[in-house]
Design a protein around this ligand. Sequence first.
Ligand code: GLA
Length: 764
Amino acid sequence: MKKSVRLFIIVICLISTSPFKIYSQQEETIKFPNEWKFIPGDNPEYAKPDYDDSKWKSIRVDKIWEDQGYENLDRFAWYRVKVFIPSSLKEKAFLKDSLKIFLGKINNFDQSYINGKIFGINGKNVPSDTKIDTSFLNAPTNFWDYNRRYTLSVNDPRILWEKENVFAIRVFDQGGQGGIYTGDQTISMVKISEYLSLNYDQVQFQYKNGSIKKLLVLKNTSPKLTLAGEFTINAVSKLDGEIVSDKSYNVNLKPGAAKKINFSLAKQDHSNIVTYKFDFTKSKESISFSEETPYILTPPVSLKPQINGARIYGERTGKPFLYLIAASGARPMKFQAENLPEGLSLNKNSGIITGRVNQKGEYSVKLTAGNKYGKAQSYLKIIIGDQIELTPPMGWNSWNCWGLSVDQSKVFSSANEFINKKLSQHGWTYINIDDGWEVKGDSKDPKRDTNGNIIVNEKFPSMKALGDSIHALGLKFGIYSSPGPLTCGGYTASYQYELKDAESYSSWGIDYLKYDWCSYDNIAKDHSLPELKEPYYVMREALNKVDRDIVFSLCQYGMGDVWKWGAEVGGNLWRTTGDITDTWQSLSEIGFSQVENAKYAGPGHWNDPDMLIVGWVGWGPSLHPTRLTPDEQYTHISLWSLLSAPLLLGCDLERLDDFTLNLLTNDEVIALDQDALGKQAVPVIKRDSIQVWKKNLSDGNIAVGIFNLDSKSKKFTLDLKGLGLTKKSLIRDLWRQKNLGRFKDTFTADVPSHGVVLIKVFKG
Ligand code: GLA
């Protein structure tokens, strides 16, 4: 390997933190222009090469169409562009087999044409005689976050070599954001390295005997080429760049063959950067992949009892009450609750409190949890009155993992996993179904019965039974709908059936409703405040009529500064942004912009910067481990906790690994989110890519997150006086649950790139 190549790769590793791939050999690449022609609507003529699109408007293909003047466009639109494809592309290439057309991501569905002939649908190559219809919209998943990489054989008659080629892309946006949006669309020849697959980002490191391990599989995906070369694995410390491991293997992979390599590293309390590199002998091409290793900071849970979770809980007068005492420690465990309000009773073995309280009031309940290792006590303030959700909801929602492929068994298994993996012992409570449980809007099947009651699709045989079994575990049950006729996924929604639906929810035992704007755009006259508020008032009124407390979660992506009026329309939480995805860009743009809305959060009404993206996510039937690095995940959970944000997991709970569990079971971090004061953190310092966020806590102390948004790790000195701390203050590292000592004037910390140091500062 040439030294310069190695150097280049190491430099890139140090500045980039998300898993990534680099192709070292730059062959000729044709770049699509960034502006294409565009028209909303649908007409098969638009695919034809000689169609006259001169009157169409121009549009950029590096941002969603909503940001370019097409705000409410949730249907078909076409893009067209002309590109000259030179023969030199194939002449200069090492492999001369196939042409690659890379269109980036498209929100949501695409049918892609070249010179009037279809070549790709939703990311899959298709032959030119493929039947053209609208079945591409019925996919079980929604492809908004999926790169469209299409290939055509060089001899394919659809390509016009040495001529102008007309590309036409028929796009359908299901709701929310739409269009071709990632930019950097290219045409190039398929390289030899593209036939090598490495599963590094499909398997997580396992913790075993003081080390972390991963089974790597190198695979040759070509049916005819042999891949030969040198495979190297190099690991360096993320903090100081020191080499931790350096290995190399000679590899010769026959067509379709695979090679397995067991890779392990000693466990550490920071990330290492691992670079996997393959140098191809014949073509002199090389490819490298990189990732950061996980490290666990949360100390192991003690066998002794410990009562976790919020110290405050609200329910309305006379409504069904269900509360599971969140307590960690060995089982069997016995529970006691002294001074429970009249009407409530405790199951001493499970720790589940149920009943109804008819008397308004505040009750200080003494909880005890005991097992053979000891006893823990704690006070819970139960407030019976008008308010619920006195602390932000914590739970699971099906969307970020299963998308529209959610079904009853996946939901029930998530509830079971809350118990099996002991998440409920740390306060995780809600099990929420997102979109996809109703009958599809375009289905011939009835959507409602003759009385107007909504019909549940075949994937959910019994909502009532599902609700009962979730409640039997002490957990709560949530559901999803839209105020429009259809949900974002095109399923039946609540428009003009709001009360009927609230009654159905109540009969199933629903505790939480996410109400998603989407097709209400076709009902609302405009986005004026009265129009934005109206559907939420209507559903709130319906929910008030049923005999349950149902958390009301507004989802309309922050339109009209919803934080200013979300509480007025009866919302307990409201989405402040568009949909999150599992990238640093998405996480950091959303998380660090929650500033203006801070003063509107408080007990009973929370800003919702969207659900968590840790663990195995995917928005559809096939999932992948989150693309966030371990440090980015520490940032995610720390920031959301400082923000008093709802903590809704969006991952497959059956596949939780040790690292993710460590993120979700740190009681001192969760305590920030669940703090009874309900004050959202605010940024107090923004300097050189460091942001310091401060949160006031109910015990009079403060929590501070020092975040490093830079791609390099940094030392940062915090001015304690600037935080109003004049005396020597005890500082505690919350992830490590360790006191760091008493500090006056300053506190200095190493903050990993895209990572965080999360501390609690005790005043006085
Ligand atoms: C919208 C919401 C998501 C999810 C989907 C379901 O995009 O913002 O959170 O509920 O709809 O289709």
